[in-house]
Every structure is written in C-alpha cells, then in structure tokens.
Design a protein around this ligand. Sequence first.
Ligand code: FES
Ligand code: FES
Length: 155
Amino acid sequence: MSRITLKVNGRSVTVDVEPDTPLLYVLRNDLGLNGPRFGCGLGQCGACTVIVEGEAIRSCITPVEFVEGFDIITLEGLGTLENPHPIQKAFIENQAAQCGYCINGFIMQAKAFLDQNPRASDQEIIAALEGNLCRCGTYLRILQAVKQYQQEVRL
Ligand code: FES
Ligand code: FES
C-alpha cells in the first residue's frame, strides 16, 4: 500500500492503495465517484473515461500512480442535477441516453475534444468519438447532443 494524493474535481484527496490500482477503481470504490463506469476494463469501450490535464483518458487501464498530482475531472466535476453543465443539458435535451451506461464516456470524451477543437467538423467529431461504444446504438442522438454543445463552445 502507498499513500497517493490526487487532485479530483478541484479537491485534494489522499488514498491508501496499491500504486498499480486502476484509477477507475480508486474513483469509484475509494472516492464514491460513480460517474465513470466499468464497461470492458480493457480500454476498448470508453465507459470509464475521465479528463486528466485536459485530455480524455481511459481510467480502467490507468494505474493510479501515473496521475498523482495531475488535474483529474470526472463527470461529477462538470455539473449537478440542479445545475447541469451545458454538455449534460445537451444530452438531456436530445434524449441521448437509453440505458445510459455509455453516456459518461461520450460526455467526457466529447468535452475534452471540443474544448480543444471547438470548430471541429462532423467527421472530426465522429472520429474523436470512435473509441466510445454504445450497446444501445444511440449514436445519432449522441451526435446531435454533442453538436448542440459545440454551438455553445463556438460562441
Ligand atoms: S471500461 Fe475502460 S475502456 Fe471500457
Ligand atoms: S445508451 Fe445504453 S450503452 Fe449507450
């Protein structure tokens, strides 16, 4: 066990864990942040995506020691039920979720990408989201939601 200090959603937290524990397990099990989901556990579906130093990463295959001291944002760091972030509002307004399991991943991946590429084309957005899988096949509504959010970041 090691004491590892993380900066999550703007707050500093210290956990006692094995350094090679996946970041996803620490977020969910030690910190109670259940926005990021366990899908494949292999870096292949995107359900576990979080934003580290502005980049979308797969937390299921990221050892917690690798992100010590970095700025980590989870879905909980974006908005609340009462005051959702604009990208969360866009997903709600476009009814982009069916079972909702993949939605954390799409939101975090799209936000990280559009914050850096606000003028991306549809094709570039689709390419950026290619590694995120939705077993319900809600891709069209997800794309509509992401494009609605893009209108706001472009302003
Ligand atoms: S759970 Fe991490 S990519 Fe699937
Ligand atoms: S909405 Fe069910 S997996 Fe995407």
